[in-house]
Design a protein around this ligand. Structure first.
Ligand code: PLP
Length: 410
C-alpha cells in the first residue's frame, strides 16, 4: 500500500488551505468531485443574495443602479477576476454566458484582421465553443472554420488567411493543459489572434493571459459563483480601442443614457459589455471572490497537483484488475485540476458511484471525470473516493439496470 487513510488525514491537518473548506456548504456524506462542472456554494452567498434583494433592491429600488454600483458591476467584478488570470485592471468585463463571450471575442478578433477569413477551432474544444463558431460562420459572409484535431495540427494550418485561433487551456474531457505562452506566440507569429477558453483554468491554478489577445471563461465551475452565473471576457489593452464585436448592446455604447439612434462603442473594456447585468447573480460571484482574494495561488496549485497525483496513484492501485484506463496526462505539469479515466461502461459506473456518495461526472462516450477543487477537497476525500470506485467495480454494482437509464444532464 502506497499511502494509508490515516496518512491522508495527517496531510489534511498540515494543509495550508484547510481553513477554506469551512467557507463552503457541502452536504454531509458527499464527496464532491464535480467542482469542475458546478462549484460548491460559498456559505456567504446566502447573505450576499439576501443583502442584494433586501437592502439594495428593496431599499433603494431603481436607485440601486447608481447607489449600489449595479451599473458598474461588470467592470468592478472583472477587476476582481483579473488577478486570477494574470492580467491587470480595466482588462476584464463580466456578463452573459461563455457562449456569448465567444461571439464577442471571435467577432472582435475578425474586426482586427480584415481580409483574413479563417477561424481555427480545435475539435477538442467544448462543443458550445465549436457550435458558436459554426453559427457565426453561417451568419457572416465569406468566413470559414478550419478544424484542427489537437495542438499537433496547429502549425500546419497557420497560414496568412487565419484571423484567430480558439482553444481551451485545459481540455474539458482529458484535463490536459496546454502551454499558453508557447501556443500564443506561434499564433501571433503567424499574424493571427489567440483566444483562450479558461473555463477549466481560472480557479484551478494561476493563469497567465498577459500576452494573449482575448480570453473568455465561466464563473460557475472552479470560481463557485453558482448555476448560471455570468461569464467574463479579457481583452488585451492593445486591442481595446480598435476591436468591434457584433453584440452592440446599449451598455457597450459610449453614452448609453444619451439614447442616440446610432451605436458608438465605449472606450476601453466597457465596450465589451452588452446589456443590463444579471445583478442577483453577481452577489454569489462577489462572495466567492472575497474568498479568492485570500487564496495563495501557488499553494492552490501545489494542493491541486498533490490531490490529482494521489487520485491517479490510488485508483491505479485499488482498481488494477478492472477496465480503467487513465486518459489524463500522467505528468502533473501537463494537467489541470481534473483526472479522467475511461471505462467501457463509464455511464453506469459513474451512476453507481454517485449512489455511494462519490460525485464525479460522465462525458460521452466512455469518460469518467473527477474534478479536484483545492479549496474544499481533502486528501481523505481522494482516498475514500478511490476506495468507493474500487468497490463499485469489484462488486459490479454498476450492472444494476437502473444505472443504465440516461438522465437529461450527465
Ligand atoms: C463549461 C464550459 C462552457 C460553458 O458555456 P456556457 O455558455 O457557460 O454554457 C464553455 N466552454 C468550456 C470549455 C466549458 O468548459
Amino acid at each position: 500500500m502506497t499511502i494509508t487513510r490515516a496518512e491522508c488525514v495527517a496531510l489534511d491537518a498540515s494543509d495550508p488551505l484547510k481553513h477554506l473548506r469551512d467557507e463552503f456548504s457541502l452536504p454531509d456524506g458527499t464527496i464532491y468531485l464535480v467542482g469542475n462542472s458546478l462549484g460548491a456554494p460559498p456559505k456567504a452567498a446566502v447573505a450576499a443574495v439576501t443583502r442584494t434583494v433586501e437592502e439594495e433592491w428593496g431599499g433603494r429600488l431603481v436607485g440601486g443602479w447608481n447607489a449600489s454600483g449595479w451599473y458598474d458591476l461588470p467592470l468592478t467584478t472583472g477587476d476582481r477576476i483579473a488577478p486570477l488570470i494574470g492580467v491587470g485592471p480595466g482588462q476584464v468585463a463580466v456578463g452573459e454566458s461563455t457562449s456569448i463571450a465567444i461571439v464577442k471575442a471571435v467577432t472582435a478578433a475578425l474586426s482586427l484582421r480584415p481580409g483574413r477569413r479563417v477561424i481555427v477551432s480545435d475539435r477538442a474544444n467544448f462543443p458550445t465553443d465549436h457550435y458558436m463558431v459554426q453559427g457565426l460562420v453561417k451568419a457572416l459572409d465569406g468566413y470559414e472554420i478550419r478544424d484542427i484535431a489537437g495542438l499537433g495540427d496547429l502549425a500546419g494550418v497557420l497560414a496568412d488567411d487565419v484571423a484567430c485561433v480558439l482553444m481551451s487551456e485545459v481540455d474539458y474531457r482529458t484535463g490536459a493543459r496546454h502551454d499558453t505562452a508557447e501556443v500564443t506566440a506561434a499564433v501571433q507569429a503567424a499574424g493571427a489572434l489567440m483566444i483562450w477558453d479558461l473555463c477549466h483554468s481560472a480557479g484551478a491554478f494561476q493563469v497567465d493571459m498577459s500576452v494573449a489577445d482575448f480570453a473568455i471563461g465561466c464563473t460557475y465551475k472552479y470560481l463557485n459563483a453558482g448555476p448560471g452565473s455570468p461569464a467574463y471576457i479579457y481583452v488585451h489593452p492593445r486591442h481595446q480601442a480598435g476591436a468591434e464585436h457584433m453584440l452592440t448592446g446599449w451598455h457597450g455604447h459610449a453614452e448609453p443614457f444619451a439614447f442616440e439612434p446610432g451605436f458608438r462603442p465605449a472606450e476601453g473594456i466597457r465596450r465589451f459589455t452588452v446589456s443590463t447585468p444579471h445583478v442577483l447573480s453577481y452577489a454569489p460571484l462577489n462572495a466567492s471572490l472575497d474568498i479568492w482574494e485570500r487564496v495563495d495561488l501557488a499553494e492552490l496549485r501545489a494542493k491541486s497537483v498533490a490531490l490529482t497525483s494521489l487520485f491517479i496513484e490510488l485508483v491505479e492501485e485499488f482498481c488494477a484488475p478492472y477496465d480503467l484506463a487513465l486518459l489524463s496526462p500522467r505528468d502533473p505539469e501537463r494537467r489541470g485540476s481534473q483526472v479522467s479515466f475511461r471505462h467501457p461502461d463509464g455511464y453506469p459506473v459513474m451512476r453507481a458511484l454517485i449512489d455511494r456518495g462519490v460525485h464525479g461526472d460522465f462525458r460521452a462516450p466512455d469518460v469518467l471525470r473527477f474534478g479536484f477543487a483545492p479549496l474544499y477537497i481533502r486528501h481523505v476525500d481522494v482516498y475514500d473516493a478511490a476506495v468507493a470506485l474500487a468497490e463499485v467495480l469489484r462488486e459490479e454494482h454498476w450492472r444494476d439496470e437502473r444505472y443504465r437509464r440516461r438522465l437529461a444532464v450527465t
